[in-house]
Design a binder for this molecule. Structure first.
Ligand code: HGY
Ligand code: MN
Ligand code: MN
Length: 410
C-alpha cells in the first residue's frame, strides 16, 4: 500500500537521466538515438546493466523489447511501467528516457526501503517507439500487446533500406523471449507532456485521459523531369509542384476540420533535386491526428480524394501508402482517478488532459488497466533539443509514479 513518507531520490534519478543523455548526445543538449542504431544499442546496454544492478530478472523478446521484473510476494502478472529509449533525430533527453529511468528509480527506492510488493513490478523499454527510421511508431509495444504481427514488424524495411530483423540482430537485441510473454496486470507510464497545457495552467501533474488517433501516410509522385527553361508551363508533369500542393492542402485540412485536427508534413523529397530540372519524382509524409475517430477518417478521405484530383490536374502518377494508423485510445478511469488521488495526496496540482503524442501505453490500454502521468514541458517544446522539464517536476512525477505503482502492486 502507499507509503506516505517514501520518496524517490531525485539526485540519483537526475544523474541517471544525464548519463543516458550522454549517449547519442547532439549539439544543444539533445539526443539522437534513432531506433536500432549503435547509439540505441549503447543506450539499451546502459539501461540493461542498471536493471541487472537493481536485481531485476531481465528478458529480451523477439522484437527487442526489454523487461526487467522485480518479483513480488505473489505469482501472477506484474504491475508494469516503462517507456522507450529511442529518440527522433532532434530528440530531447526526457522523451521516453524519463519513463524508463523513473521506473527504475521506483525499484531502487523500494530496494533501499526493503519493501516487498504483493504483485511483481516490471520496468520495460520498447523497441522503436518513435517510428523515425521504421514505421509504424510504437512498434515494439504494439507487437508486445498483440496488435502488430511479429513477422510483419521484423520484415519492415526502414529509411536506410535495412529490415528491423537485420538491425536488431546487428545491435544484439534480436531476443528469444516470446513477445508479450510478460503479461501486465496494469500499465502506467510517466512521460513529459510534450505540449503547452500543464505549463500554461501552472499545473504539475497531468492525469492523462487517452491518446488521440494517429494516421501516417507516405505519398509518392511520379511526373517527368524536364528542362526548367525550355518546357512550357502547360506541358509540365511537375511532381514537385504536386507535392507542395498536397502539403498546402494538409494545412488547410487542419484549419477546416473540427476536433483539434492537426496535420504535419515532416518529410518532403524532390528528385533529382537540381535547380534547373523540373522534379520528375517527389515524396512526402503526412501525419494527421484527431481526438475523434470519425473526424480522423473524414480527414483521411478528404486527403486521398485531393491526392487523386491533383494527380489528374497535374498529369502525374500519385500513390499513397499507410505507414501507421491508430484509433484514439482512452485510458482506464480507475487509473486516471488513481493518478489524481496520489498527486493530490502529495500536495501536487493535477488536471486531466488528452495526449497529443502517441505512447507505448496506448498499446496496453485495450488489454489491462492503463494510464499515464504527465509532467510539464517548458515552452511546450519536444522533439527538439531544447526539450526541458524542471527537476522538481520530474521529482513530483516520479513520486506520483511510485505511489500509483505501490497502490496497484499492493
Ligand atoms: O509520434 C508520436 O506521437 C510519438 O512521439 N511516437
Ligand atoms: Mn515518447
Ligand atoms: Mn517522441
Amino acid at each position: 500500500m502507499p507509503q506516505p513518507s517514501l520518496r524517490i531520490d531525485i539526485d540519483r534519478l537526475m544523474a541517471r537521466i544525464d548519463a543516458l543523455a550522454g549517449v547519442g548526445s547532439i549539439e544543444g543538449g539533445g539526443v539522437c538515438r534513432l531506433a536500432l542504431t549503435e547509439e540505441d544499442k549503447t543506450g539499451r546496454d546502459l539501461v540493461v546493466s542498471l536493471m541487472r544492478h537493481l536485481g531485476l530478472d531481465v528478458s529480451i523478446d523477439r522484437i527487442g523489447n526489454v523487461v526487467g521484473v522485480r518479483p513480488g510476494m505473489e505469482d501472477g502478472a506484474p504491475v508494469m511501467t516503462g517507456s522507450h529509449l529511442d529518440t527522433v533525430r532532434t530528440g530531447g533527453r526526457y522523451d521516453g528516457a524519463l519513463g524508463v529511468l523513473a521506473g527504475l528509480e521506483v525499484v531502487a527506492t523500494l530496494n533501499d526501503a526493503g519493501i516487498d510488493t504483493r504483485r511483481s513490478l516490471a520496468v520495460a523499454f520498447f523497441t522503436n517507439e518513435e517510428g523515425a527510421r521504421f514505421a509504424p511508431d510504437m512498434m515494439g509495444s504494439m507487437v508486445h500487446q498483440g496488435h502488430l504481427p511479429l513477422e510483419q514488424a521484423l520484415e519492415t524495411t526502414g529509411l536506410d533500406q535495412t529490415t528491423v530483423r537485420e538491425d536488431l540482430a546487428k545491435i544484439g537485441y534480436l531476443g528469444h523471449a516470446p513477445c508479450g510473454s510478460v503479461r501486465a496486470h496494469s500499465f502506467v507510464e510517466l512521460h513529459v507532456e510534450q505540449g503547452p497545457v500543464l505549463e500554461r495552467d501552472d499545473i504539475t501533474i497531468g492525469a492523462v485521459e487517452g491518446v488521440q488517433g494517429i494516421s501516417w501516410t507516405e505519398i509518392s509522385i511520379i511526373g517527368e523531369s524536364n528542362h526548367a527553361g525550355t518546357t512550357p508551363m502547360s506541358a509540365r508533369k511537375d511532381a514537385g509542384y504536386a507535392a507542395v500542393c498536397i502539403a498546402r492542402f494538409a494545412r488547410r485540412l487542419a484549419e477546416q476540420m473540427e476536433g483539434n485536427q492537426v496535420a504535419t508534413v515532416g518529410r518532403l523529397q524532390l528528385s533529382p533535386d537540381v535547380i534547373n530540372v523540373i522534379p520528375g519524382r517527389a515524396s512526402l509524409t503526412i501525419d494527421l491526428r484527431n481526438t475523434d475517430a470519425g473526424l480522423l477518417r473524414r480527414a483521411e478521405q478528404r486527403l486521398h480524394s485531393y491526392v487523386r484530383r491533383i494527380g489528374k490536374r497535374e498529369d502525374v502518377y500519385v500513390a499513397h501508402r499507410s505507414l501507421a494508423r491508430y484509433d484514439p485510445v482512452v485510458f482506464a478511469p480507475s487509473v486516471i482517478a488513481m493518478v489524481e488521488r496520489q498527486a493530490t495526496a502529495l500536495g501536487l496540482s493535477v488536471r486531466r488532459l488528452p495526449s497529443g503524442a502517441g505512447h507505448d501505453a496506448q498499446a496496453f490500454a485495450p488489454n489491462c488497466p492503463t494510464g499515464m502521468i504527465f509532467v510539464p514541458s517548458v515552452g511546450g517544446v519536444s522533439h527538439n533539443v531544447k526539450e526541458h522539464t524542471a527537476p522538481r517536476d520530474i521529482e513530483a512525477g516520479a513520486n506520483v509514479l511510485l505511489n500509483v505503482l505501490l497502490e496497484l502492486a499492493g
